[in-house]
Design a protein around this ligand. Structure first.
Ligand SMILES: *Cc1c(COP(=O)(O)O)cnc(C)c1O
Length: 367
């Protein structure tokens, strides 16, 4: 048996005719950038996220950067980020000129540890950026209370968590302004790069939508220095079609995750992400942790099972951030995750037989 790490065909094949129809319609009309479909998708996506406004942009990193710029966060400011995340979270902060200030994550949820945040707040801190890692929402009540006490913004990075809920409320509705990615492998992905901002604040929404389009509302009138990060009409059409299937697909992912859990729960050699009762994860990834990770990965490769490490090096230990002078050992849980984590196959259409084959192989290796 072969089990790929990932496949999009079960998501895309049933919609192929509709995608081609949309492409043909947009081709005939010629409105390739910020066309009608963009507006429709923005409205539908905002609603989906329990938010009021959504702004389509070029990719997830730009969504986060534009969100920070909308809040006037830049040179000299500090933003709290988790030490365990994809590097894009940090890059959004440093690219606008601010400094990412890392906080270690919880050992069980692998999300930012609210108890460690206050010690990192200084008079330069402007915002907290929670990342809902692997599709699991952060402890938003605790983070919200800290933000309120210290008058900080919350900017969610919900690139991995479209549709996930915390106390029944969707990711992308907690921060003043938030960003997510529609990279093809995300729970909802485009056919290329794309991203979106969500906000409940009309003024922020208008400013963010101007920033993405050269700081302009009226063509050739530029109120400030914006950027070019617009959403393609075709990508919006693709995303709008896929949005209607997202809840069903997230449910499917939870079912697959449950298959894994049934086999791995109560096994003291394998650690899996703890899902608190008030959260519903959308399982962007199903990860396990083991000290023998590298050898396990080799073993699974030999058995025809695809796996990926998310992520092998924590951002604070990346070459790109040597100037921040973080030392090995400063964020022990995030560093341990980088050494132990392994993502197992999880995609639409994976069968129970395939999941059992993966579980058998993992358990064979560890026992
Ligand atoms: C994918 C991802 C991003 C960046 O998205 P791009 O569209 O690739 O720019 C940001 N943060 C997290 C947590 C991600 O997983």
């Amino acid at each position: 048996m072969k089990v790929p790490f990932f496949s999009l065909s079960n998501i895309h094949q049933p919609l192929k005719e509709e995608f081609l129809e949309a492409l043909s319609r947009i081709l005939d009309k010629g409105d390739f950038i910020l066309g009608k479909d963009v507006l429709a998708f923005e409205q539908n996506f905002a609603k989906y996220c329990d938010s009021s406004f959504s702004i389509g942009v070029g990719n997830g990193l730009d969504a986060l950067k534009i969100a920070l710029k909308t809040l006037n966060i830049g040179l000299g400011d500090e933003v709290i980020v988790p030490a365990h995340t994809y590097i894009a979270t940090w890059l959004a902060v440093s690219e606008v000129g601010a400094t990412p200030v890392p906080v270690d994550v919880c050992n069980d949820t692998m999300n930012i540890n609210p108890k460690l945040i206050e010690a990192k707040i200084s008079n330069k801190t402007k915002a907290i950026m929670p990342v809902h890692i692997y599709g699991l929402p952060c402890d938003m009540d605790a983070i919200g209370a800290i933000a309120q006490k210290h008058k900080l913004y919350i900017v969610e990075d919900f690139a991995q968590a479209q549709g996930a809920t915390y106390k029944g409320k969707r990711a992308g509705s907690f921060g003043e302004i938030n960003g997510c990615s529609f990279y093809p492998s995300k729970n909802i992905g485009a056919m290329g790069d794309a991203g979106a901002i969500t906000t409940g604040n009309e003024i922020f929404a208008e400013k963010a939508s101007m920033i993405r389009n050269y700081g302009s509302k009226v063509k050739y009138h530029h109120e400030f220095e914006g950027v070019n990060s617009r959403l393609d009409t075709f990508q919006a059409a693709v995303l709008d079609l896929k949005l209607t299937k997202l809840d069903k697909q997230n449910k499917e992912r939870r079912k697959v995750a449950l298959w894994y859990k049934e086999r791995f729960q109560n096994n003291d050699k394998i650690k899996i992400q703890h899902i608190p009762e008030n959260c519903e994860s959308v399982y962007h990834l199903f990860t396990i942790r083991t000290r023998k990770r590298d050898n396990l990965q080799k073993f699974l490769t030999e058995k025809g099972i695809g796996t990926i490490i998310h992520y092998p090096i924590a951002p604070h230990l990346q070459k790109a951030y040597t100037q921040l002078k973080h030392k090995k050992g400063s964020f022990p849980i995030s560093e341990a995750i980088a050494e132990e984590t392994l993502s197992l196959p999880l995609f639409l259409g994976i069968t129970k037989e395939q999941v059992n084959y993966v579980c058998d192989a993992v358990l064979e290796f560890l026992n």
